[in-house]
Structures are given as C-alpha cells and as structure tokens.
Design a protein around this ligand. Structure first.
Ligand SMILES: CCCCCCCCCCCCC/C=C/C(=O)SCCNC(=O)CCNC(=O)[C@H](O)C(C)(C)COP(=O)(O)OP(=O)(O)OC[C@H]1O[C@@H](n2cnc3c(N)ncnc32)[C@H](O)[C@@H]1OP(=O)(O)O
Ligand SMILES: Cc1cc2nc3c(=O)[nH]c(=O)nc-3n(C[C@H](O)[C@H](O)[C@H](O)COP(=O)(O)OP(=O)(O)OC[C@H]3O[C@@H](n4cnc5c(N)ncnc54)[C@H](O)[C@@H]3O)c2cc1C
Length: 613
C-alpha cells in the first residue's frame, strides 16, 4: 500500500532551473518515495529476487551524484587529510599489506608503515592529537584502512604511550619526550594490564618503591600474576613504557610502615636507545601469534628491581618530593585513580570511531549483491577484518566492564535527583531528564500505525527514551531491594544483565538522537531524504527487535507492532535500492577495500585474475 504522503510529492520540484545533477538527484529521491510493492508482499523468494532485480534496474542513474553529495556530507572536513594518506600509500606499494605474511614480517612492515607516515609523509600524530583530536581520529581511521594493525600501532604509540606522557605528566615530561614520541624516535608502550589483572586496575600488583637515599623509584614485579601482559610495541620495537604501578612510600604509613599510595604511572626505559638491547633488570617475552592484529608486537614484561629517577613519575595528579613527602592536587586516592583512568578515554573514543571505519569496509564488500561462497576467500578480507576487529570489544577496557560504568553513571544521575522520593517524584525526575517524551503508555497513541507517525522522529525517540527510563527506574528499585539482603556488590551482580541492558538502551537512545540531529542539519533536501530513510530503518528495526519490551507494557498495541514490522520490511527494500549509493558515499578507494569482489569496478575481472585466469 503506497505511503500516502509520497504521492503528493511525485510532481514536486520539477523546477525549470534544475541542473542535470539536481534533476538526477530529484529523480533518485523521488524514486525512493515511489510506492513500490515491497518484496515481502510477494510470495516466494524467486519473486522477491525478481522484484529486487527490477528495483536495481529501476534505480535511476544519478547515483554517483547522490554518492558524491552524501560523501561530502558524511566525510566532512576530514576528507582531505584521509585522501592524502590514501594517496601516500597508493604511491608506496612497498608499504601495502599483502594477504598473507608471517607474524615477524607483518610486525616489521607495520613499523615501516608507521615510520613512513611520520618520516616521509610528515604526519605528526601527537601534535595533531593535542591540536585537533577529531582530525587525529580521522587520520587513525585512515591508517587503519591501510592495515588495522597500523591503526592500532599508531593508537598505542600516540593515544596511549604519548597520551599518558602528556596527560598524566607535567611540563618536564612534555619537554623531554614530546618530540621523540611524535617523530617516532621514542617508540613506546602503555603497560597497564597484568596477567592476573586487566579490568581491575585498582588491584594491579607491580610496585614502584621510592628510595630516598638514591632519589629513585624501584620498579618490581612481585609475582608471575603481576607480569605486564599484552603490551603493544613491547615485544620488538618499544624503547620506553609507561608502567602503571602501586606507589610505595617507605616509613610514610601508620607506625612507620610503608604507605601504598595507589596506582600511579611511571616512565620506564625498557631498551637502550642506541643498541636497542633490553635494559638490565627487565625481561621481555613475546605474546606470540594472535588471531588477528599480528602487525602489533604484543609482549610480556617482568621488572626485577629496575631503578628509574624520581623525575620519571608522571606527576600531574600526585608527586613525591626529594625527602619522600607525597603531595596531590586531588583530595582522595579515588579521585587520583579516576584522573589516572581518564587517560584511557581517548583510546576508547578512537576504538569506537575506528570500529565504524572497519565496518564501512566490510559493508562495502558485502553490498558490492552479495558474496555467497566468495565471502569465504581470505583475499576478500572478511576473515581478517573480523579477526583484527574482534578484540575491539575487550582491549582498552572490556565492554562488559565499560557498559557497567554507563549504567553506574545513569544511576548516579538518577540518585542525585531522586532521594527516596515517591513514584511521582521518580517519574518527574525521569520526565525532566528525558525531556517531554516520557509518558505513561497512552492507550490511544499505542494504536497509531500510520507511516507518518511511525516515521516521526519524536515517536521514535520517545520509544527509545521510554524504554531507557523504565529500565533505569526498575533497576534502581531492584538494587534498592536486593541491597538489603545481598549488600551493594551482591545486588549489583544480581542485576548485572539488567544494568547491561540499561546501558545498551541508553547508548541506542544517544545514537538515535544524534542520527536525527544529523538528518535535520543536512542542508541538501534530497540527501536528507536518503539519510532519513536509513535513520527511520535504524529506529524501527531496533524497536522491532525489542518489541517484547514495548508490548509487555502496552506501549505498542498489537496492530502497531504489526505495522512497525511491515514498515521495517518496506524501508529495508527502499534502502536496498540506494545501497550502492550509500556505500559509494563512504568514498573508500579500492586501495582500502582490497577485496577483489568489493572493488568499485571490474570486480569479477579482478577476482578471476587473482586466481590466475
Ligand atoms: C581501523 C583503525 C583501528 C585503530 C584503533 C585505534 C584505537 C586507539 C588505540 C587503541 C590501542 C589498543 C591497545 C590496547 C590497549 C589496552 O588495552 S590499555 C589497557 C586497558 N585497560 C583498561 O581499560 C582497564 C579497564 N578498567 C577500568 O577502566 C577500571 O579499572 C574500572 C574497572 C572502570 C574501575 O572500576 P573500579 O575499580 O570499580 O572503580 P570505579 O568505582 O568504577 O571507579 C573509581 C573512580 O574512578 C572513576 N573513573 C573510572 N573510570 C574512569 C575514566 N575512564 N575516566 C574518569 N574517571 C573514571 C569513577 O567514576 C570513580 O570515581 P567516583 O565516581 O568519583 O568514585
Ligand atoms: C591484542 C591486545 C592488545 C592489548 N594491548 C594492551 C596494551 O597495549 N596495554 C595494556 O595495558 N593492555 C593491553 N591489552 C590487554 C587488555 O587491556 C585486557 O585484555 C583487557 O583490559 C581485559 O582484561 P583481561 O584480559 O585481564 O580480562 P579480565 O579483566 O580478566 O576479564 C575476563 C572476563 O571477565 C569479565 N569481567 C571482568 N571484570 C568484570 C566485571 N567487573 N563485571 C563483569 N564481568 C567482568 C570480562 O568481560 C571478561 O569477559 C591488550 C590485549 C589484547 C588482546
């Protein structure tokens, strides 16, 4: 059944002053609005495929203009920097990663790629990170397009090793290390994780004990569980490490006992700058071949009474004087710990940003109608993309852990506004915090099923925020109830799945709000139509995927649920008709796609040649 609003737009915009490109864009966006029998309305896959094929044939030329206009909008101001990096690698076949290579060869190539970026292409990531973080992440994504290992290695060197020095250190550290990190004279590591403790940083066991006689810290690995593990850049290339350790001050504790001041960060040289040999007291072993990211040399480090100057304490948030006295600008050990962990946020933003980069490559290959068995050929890259990307959900902070931080922060906001008030206070709070969208299920709107209503961003955001508000309210009540018998920690664990669902629901609400905002702010009406189509599909698909939640509280009546399902199918069909344009708008050159079946042109020719025809 054609959406009523579409018909009235059929003749719109046939202005005399249209340029050919505008005409093509108009025809294309009109095409999107044309009433078409969605494949789901036809019986049998064969007919559905025929309709899709017809749909493809019916797609008006002009897609290139849509893709170009979309690309300009989606890539924004970072396109030039990314294209410069792509051009650099295109001109350097010696720096392009082949399909198959040994771990040792991949590590050597990855370091050469990074050094060429810095030394030959003149990229200064640390300077960029400080001056224009958004551009830095765009460069990182582009580097990851050349090889995900390169992106991660760049992230370790600059976000983590460089970031820790400039964010946890002070002027003396910046003066001494900034340029060497930026120009890669000082390859370095971020040594936080230990064999027994990755997520639980507060329990790290490596120690840094102050020696007031020699004015040094003594870095020690007290047992095998404290061996630093998975440390990027450590196995082969690193010359320094920021080591996270317990700061121990002798005689400063009660009764003259040593005082444990908690986790601090220290710069520890690990290899000789000239000879590159491992320095005394340090043992470095290789974590070996991994499922992916084999261009990154992850190593394990043990420290045996390694002495470093007092100056090597990254002392922005806590310092030790010559006579061993501790001072800090922050009132508690907890606040200092928080400030230390703040260093991780940059890398986490990088990971989320670059995950999108990896997914753009994968979607491009998949859409260019549909790999079948050819998706299983290593040369078509799905295996490598998945293997390299898989760890993004764990390193730099495991998702299960970080989602709990999101839930914890929502509860903190909730408690700040709701100190044991009655239900009405609860709803007022949530109504305030979630704007005016939150409402008790309204029996009338619960039955509304018209396309205009379902594609109304207010309905969509209302549904997402309603779900988040209910999850927040109900988990707060459960935590309060269980705490009485299980204590805070026990109650938290009892409600863990609920907390993780709350965090994911909140994240989806944020994504939708940003998506709606981006659609609204798109200056070109035709491009806006295409983006709105994808945004509506995202919103309705997520609601449909969680329809049980909405049905359980009568937020959606049965007829509305059915209409949402049907419209989701129809919008999927519409998106398929512009799928080519959407992925072309990612604007990724073949050099970055590198899968024969995903090339912009002559995919089959490239593929048959690859196997030798
Ligand atoms: C295609 C291209 C690809 C390129 C990709 C590049 C990406 C960029 C580079 C990536 C490189 C990857 C290589 C991998 C490196 C690593 O893995 S480094 C090691 C990473 N490890 C972690 O992240 C450890 C995870 N653990 C933690 O974050 C913490 O230990 C914790 C579990 C969150 C702490 O929990 P807990 O001990 O229970 O303490 P809390 O009560 O939660 O927190 C105490 C206070 O600290 C505050 N806080 C916590 N985290 C932060 C933070 N990040 N920032 C600021 N503040 C924080 C928290 O709010 C508490 O404060 P109060 O609320 O005031 O009490
Ligand atoms: C390729 C790679 C590169 C890395 N690079 C670095 C690096 O350069 N520097 C560095 O310091 N580290 C690095 N790491 C280590 C990485 O940061 C840790 O692996 C990560 O923090 C998880 O810690 P873990 O492996 O000890 O797992 P654990 O923390 O032991 O977690 C084990 C399991 O328990 C779950 N879990 C843990 N805590 C909780 C909780 N509170 N509630 C519920 N579930 C929980 C986790 O979800 C996980 O499934 C790297 C790891 C890899 C694989």
């Amino acid at each position: 059944m054609p959406p009523p609003a579409a018909a009235s737009r059929a003749g719109a915009g046939a202005g005399e002053t249209e340029s050919p490109a505008e005409r093509r864009l108009r025809r294309l966006s009109l095409h999107l609005l044309q009433p078409s029998p969605a494949p789901a309305d036809q019986a049998g896959p064969a007919l559905a495929l025929a309709a899709c094929a017809a749909g493809r044939a019916r797609r008006v030329e002009g897609g290139a203009d849509v893709a170009a206009a979309l690309a300009a909008y989606l890539r924004g101001r970072h396109r030039a920097a990314q294209m410069r990096l792509f051009d650099f690698f295109r001109a350097r076949p010696d720096l392009q990663t082949p399909v198959e290579l040994t771990t040792a060869a991949h590590r050597e190539l990855c370091f050469r790629q990074l050094r060429a970026l810095v030394r030959d292409a003149g990229v200064r990531p640390l300077t960029l990170m400080a001056s224009d973080p958004a551009e830095y992440f765009a460069v990182m994504e582009a580097a990851g397009g050349a090889d995900i290992s390169l992106g991660v290695k760049l992230g370790v060197q600059y976000s983590l090793w460089g970031g820790s020095v400039i964010n946890l250190g002070t002027k003396k550290h910046r003066d001494k290390f900034f340029d060497g990190i930026d120009n890669l004279d000082y390859p370095g590591c971020f040594a936080m994780t230990e064999l027994h403790h990755g997520s639980n940083v507060q329990a790290l066991q490596t120690t840094a004990t102050f020696d007031p006689v020699t004015d040094e810290f003594i870095i020690n690995t007290p047992n095998d569980g404290a061996i630093k593990w998975w440390i990027g850049n450590a196995a082969v290339h690193g010359k320094f490490a920021t080591v996270f350790a317990r700061l121990i001050l002798p005689l400063q504790g009660k009764g003259g006992e040593p005082a444990d001041m908690g986790i601090h960060a220290f710069i520890v040289p690990i290899r000789d700058l000239e000879t590159h040999s491992v320095l005394p007291g340090i043992e470095i072993n290789d974590c070996g071949h991994k499922i992916g990211l084999n261009g990154v040399d992850n190593g394990a480090l043990r420290f045996r009474s390694v002495r470093i100057p007092r100056d090597n304490l990254l002392n922005r948030f806590g310092d030790v004087s010559r006579d061993g006295k501790y001072t800090s600008s922050l009132p508690t050990i907890n606040k200092r710990f928080a400030a230390t962990l703040g260093e991780l946020v940059g890398g986490r933003v990088g990971i989320a940003y670059c995950s999108v980069g990896v997914l753009k490559v994968a979607v491009t290959i998949a859409v260019r109608e549909a790999c079948g068995g050819h998706g299983y050929a290593a040369v078509n890259r799905f295996g490598a993309l998945r293997n390299d990307h898989d760890i993004f959900q764990t390193f730099e902070g495991d998702n299960t852990v970080l989602l709990q931080q999101v839930a914890g922060d929502l509860l903190k906001q909730y408690q700040e506004k709701f100190k044991g008030g009655t239900l009405s206070v609860t709803w007022n709070y949530l109504r305030d915090s979630m704007g005016t969208y939150l409402s008790q299920p309204n029996p009338v709107t619960a039955r509304w099923e018209g396309e205009d209503h379902l594609r109304d961003p207010n309905f969509q955001l209302d549904a997402f925020r309603y779900r988040t508000s209910r999850l927040l309210h109900s988990v707060a009540a459960r935590l309060q109830k269980h705490s009485k018998t299980l204590g805070g920690f026990g109650a938290w664990n009892r409600c863990l799945n609920h907390l993780l669902t709350l965090a994911e629901s909140h994240i989806e609400s944020v994504i939708l709000a940003k998506f709606i905002e981006s659609v609204k702010s798109c200056p070109d009406e035709k491009i806006r139509e295409v983006l709105k189509l994808v945004c509506d599909l995202y919103a309705l698909d997520r609601i449909w995927k969680d329809i049980g939640t909405y049905r359980n509280v009568d937020y959606v009546a049965p007829n509305k649920a059915k209409a949402i399902h049907k419209l989701t199918d129809y919008l999927s069909y519409q998106v398929r008709l512009v799928a080519q344009e959407l992925i072309d708008a990612f604007d990724l050159p073949d050099l970055i796609i590198r899968a024969p079946i995903g090339m912009q042109s002559e995919a089959y020719a490239q593929y048959t040649q690859y196997v030798g025809f």
